[in-house]
Design a protein around this ligand. Structure first.
Ligand SMILES: [Ca+2]
Ligand SMILES: [Ca+2]
Length: 320
């Protein structure tokens, strides 16, 4: 079977593709926009990534890399590209040679032959390069190497799952009654910057200690999950001024208790904040400055949805 035959599209647009109607009251992340024509929520990511990075990014946001599965979605993607002035470079779709080099399907598992696509140029013959499908501003599609960098859309179909009480679809965020925040502990050790990104991708932030009580809560979590390990928290030194990842001084944030002798900027490279390992009970939750590139476990935080509803600017900021 020739590659071209494989790509012959059968237009199977259905009535429900673009007719999901008005909002049904379900909520998703506030950084996503509900698009009824697309039948779900969309978010445009203007910063180009490789296809695999883009797919992972959407996954971490509780969504999926968007594909032009039907007329409604195609139109919605094209309209957003126009709004963002994307005219010359294509954007990645969620369709590509995901598992083999010659079988093209969307992230949802829809084969490319079931999509109604107009090709800008004949797709390249199958070779050892893995191709992914990118969409042009005029709605046509092109096969490009998956290792190229392109902007992309994340998509979440309406009605898949609702947000939990932490305001996320990620079940690993656990609500804490004492602080009113939700926390998630890391699965792997990362540098401070990677940990920051990991939390941000969740729509969260590296945990910021806002009170003695929160220090104790976080230290209990730390001790239970990571035992005697030091964990990254959301403070960083800018020329020896300590600022939280929400832009506040430690005093403004509500907690500035350092371990005895800290911050000592050991070796002149300790610019990232951590919660000290549990040496003595007395030291519960105290801070230490550590090198940013040292891989450590970390805790992500989402403030309570109530705060977000009250218009708390910090809570809103975390979704950006
Ligand atoms: Ca906090
Ligand atoms: Ca130190």
């Amino acid at each position: 079977m020739s590659v071209l035959v494989l790509f012959l599209a059968i237009c199977t647009w259905t009535a429900n593709a673009a007719s999901t109607g008005a909002s049904d009251g379900l909520l998703f992340r506030p950084d996503y926009t509900l698009d009824n024509e697309a039948g779900g929520w969309l978010k445009f990511h203007p910063i180009p990534l490789k296809w695999s990075q883009a797919a992972l990014r959407c996954h971490h946001e509780g969504a999926i890399l968007a594909s032009p599965l039907n007329e409604g979605l195609s139109r919605a993607l094209g309209a957003i590209m126009e709004v963002h002035g994307i005219t010359s470079s294509p954007v990645f779709t969620g369709t590509g040679a995901i598992y083999t080099t010659n079988e093209y399907q969307s992230m949802e598992g829809v084969p490319i032959s079931d999509m109604c696509l107009t090709w800008a140029a004949e797709p390249p013959a199958t070779d050892t390069t893995r191709y992914c499908i990118a969409m042009n501003a005029n709605g046509t599609v092109t096969a490009v190497p998956c290792t190229d960098h392109h902007p992309f859309f994340c998509y979440r179909k309406k009605g898949v799952r609702e947000l939990n009480k932490c305001g996320t679809v990620d079940p690993e965020y656990v609500f804490n009654l004492k602080t009113g925040s939700c926390y998630k502990t890391s699965k792997q050790r990362l540098s401070w910057e990677e940990a920051y990104t990991s939390c941000a991708t969740d729509g969260a932030h590296l945990a910021v200690i806002n009170s003695q009580q929160e220090a104790e809560v976080l230290n209990d979590i730390r001790r239970k999950i990571f035992e005697k390990e030091t964990v990254h928290v959301g403070i960083r030194s800018w020329n020896r001024e300590w600022i939280t990842v929400q832009g506040q001084s430690l005093e403004e944030a509500g907690y500035s208790k350092w371990h005895k002798g800290e911050p000592n900027n050991d070796g002149g490279v300790e610019n990232c904040g951590s919660m000290y390992e549990n040496v003595k009970d007395l030291d519960d939750g105290v801070l230490n400055d550590v090198p940013c590139d040292g891989p450590r476990h970390f805790i992500c935080e989402i403030e309570s949805p109530k705060e977000a509803k009250d218009g708390n600017t910090l809570a809103k900021k975390m979704w950006r």
